[in-house]
Design a protein around this ligand. Structure first.
Ligand code: XMP
Length: 514
């Protein structure tokens, strides 16, 4: 990882931890999240210039609740405790907790009661709205601390020890509903920790290219390319870093959208001239492996395994490959920390390959959030159509055909999907939504066309809004657009006589149907 001044965020299980990391990065400072279960060594080795303690669902001081690692205070760097983080600091440094189970959730009016560098530039005399979400509270500050803010409900809503540069707030400065929250975090970063905003995508790109070049040395790098934003940005970055020592393998598993394979490779050759691109047509193998298979997880497993096999065979043809590049993003890294072991869907990527082929992993995007990846893509000159491409599942259309995947069903789905994408684009909705696609149901219904009875497939339209695919809301598309889509699908796609619109959110639904 290229070296930037870093803020370490210790995660005590709050739903907002990722947001803290985002806000810090938006302020131009690189941030990393570490789970509170990480060994103390990790904190000591992190070289962080400041630490933020997140909120969390526990009551500090209760048996079994996460405690403050001694490494945090030993580091001698400025610390900001948020919510549970504040209670932890109070508990560890000799303050008193209320032992109350009264929850406070929602807006509160914060009044600043003592000057503090954390409050620089904020309205000193007029209260402003902050967002609270806590169970327990701090009753008395630890020795050396001053109370710096309160709300009508809470005398001690913030405290500070300027000498040791330890600050704590009971509210959540990272959430949108807290007025001046961004300024409070910036005050911590710049006024208190004295950091300089040196994290920008431009500096990231330059440093990352240099770091990849160094990691690769004279070796070849292989990359599984899907045409999605992440792997394409990795390709562009590595193309700059190692030129023709990068080998991209595009496995066409025959489960792609209409003309997708050709479009993706043409686009890549256009914007990354001279790129080594190995196009593997393996559709027949995948279809025969999927013959008779209806179970969604079984489909995913078959496709995942075969994908690795095909990829591996192709990669072995290249001599002297020692590195496998992957488009892993920061949320994936975080998710793998806190995985609770429940598999909802086994998402498919080239997992398992590095050990099998004894390859070293190169993951240049593993510190980035999705929107940061898009900025990097733009900086590397990738066209908008790549940068704003909708996510597409690794197992492709196989998880959008409920029941058995056959060539006929693929053809129907491709035709319907093509119409949906064109109509969404034509109506100006393609960029507003997270994803829009068709699912082919294993059902047939009766209809009438001309004067004849039909007995054909049902196509379900799925269009969702989301920011990170963790949650999603079905998109309220205008009725005219729904009508246009349904009209075209039914009249132009042979084999479909009915279109339904999926109005489920995630949770409890998922975005894909399988
Ligand atoms: P779900 O269906 O879990 O999907 O709500 C969340 C997001 O992930 C995409 N998706 C996948 N992406 N490999 C991928 O790379 C997969 O196996 C896979 N399955 C689902 C899905 O399209 C949505 O954006």
């Amino acid at each position: 990882m290229p070296d930037f001044a870093k803020v370490l965020i210790i995660d005590y299980g709050a739903q907002y931890t990722m947001l803290i990391a985002r806000r810090v990065r938006e302020a131009g400072v690189y941030s990393e999240i570490l789970p509170c279960s990480a060994p103390d060594e990790k904190i000591r080795e992190s070289g962080a210039s400041a630490v933020i303690l997140s909120g969390g669902p526990d009551d500090a001081g209760e048996p079994g609740a996460p405690t403050l690692s001694p490494a945090v205070l030993e580091a001698g760097v400025p610390v900001l405790g948020i919510c549970y983080g504040m209670q932890l600091l109070a508990h560890a440094l000799g303050g008193g907790l209320a032992n109350s189970r009264d929850r406070e959730y929602g807006p509160a009016e914060l009044s600043l009661t003592a000057p503090s560098p954390l409050w620089k530039g904020l309205p000193q005399d007029a209260p402003f709205t902050v967002w609270m979400s806590h169970g327990n509270r701090v009753m008395s500050p630890p020795p050396g601390f001053t109370v710096t803010a309160g709300t009508p409900n809470l005398d001690l809503a913030a405290m500070a020890d300027d000498k040791r540069k330890i600050y704590a707030v009971q509210f959540h400065p990272e959430v949108h509903h807290t007025r001046n929250g961004g300024r409070i975090l910036q005050n911590f970063l710049f006024e208190i920790a004295g950091l300089t905003p040196d994290w920008s995508m431009r500096s990231f790109v330059e440093r990352s290219i240099a770091a990849c070049r160094e990691a690769a040395g004279r070796d070849k790098v292989v990359l599984g390319l899907s045409g999605g934003v992440d792997s394409t940005v990795v390709a562009a970055l590595l193309h700059r870093a190692v030129g023709d020592r990068l080998h991209c393998i595009f496995v066409d598993h025959g489960l792609l959208r209409l003309n997708e394979g050709e479009e993706v490779t043409e686009m890549l050759r256009g914007c990354l001239p001279g790129i080594n691109l190995h196009y593997v047509r393996a559709g027949k193998n995948f279809l025969s492996a999927l013959k008779g298979v209806e179970d969604p997880e079984e489909k995913r497993r078959i496709i995942g395994r075969l994908f690795i096999k095909v990829f591996e065979k192709e990669a072995r043809k290249l001599k002297g490959v020692r590195l496998l590049a992957q488009g892993t993003l920061y949320p994936d890294v975080i998710e793998s920390y806190s995985a609770k072991g429940t598999v909802i869907k086994s998402h498919h990527n080239v997992g398992g390959l590095p050990e099998k082929m004894r390859l070293k992993l190169l993951e240049p995007l593993r510190e980035l959030f999705k929107d940061e990846v898009r900025v990097v893509g733009a900086q590397l000159g990738l066209p908008d159509e790549v940068i704003w491409r909708q996510p597409f599942p690794g197992p492709g259309l196989a998880v959008r055909i409920l029941g058995e995947v056959t060539e006929d069903r693929l053809e129907i789905l491709r035709a319907a999907d093509h119409i949906v994408r064109r109509e969404l684009e034509r109506a100006g909705w393609a960029r507003k939504i997270w994803q829009g696609f068709v699912v082919l149901l294993p059902l047939r219904t009766v209809g009438v066309m001309g004067d004849a009875r039909t007995y054909e497939h049902v196509a379900a339209l799925r269009v969702v809004d989301s920011v990170d695919a963790m949650t999603a809301e079905w998109t309220r598309l205008p009725h005219e657009l729904l009508a246009a889509i349904s009209g075209r699908v039914v009249s132009e796609v042979r084999g479909v006589n009915r279109v339904v619109y999926d109005i489920s959110s995630k949770p409890p639904g998922t975005i894909e149907w399988e």
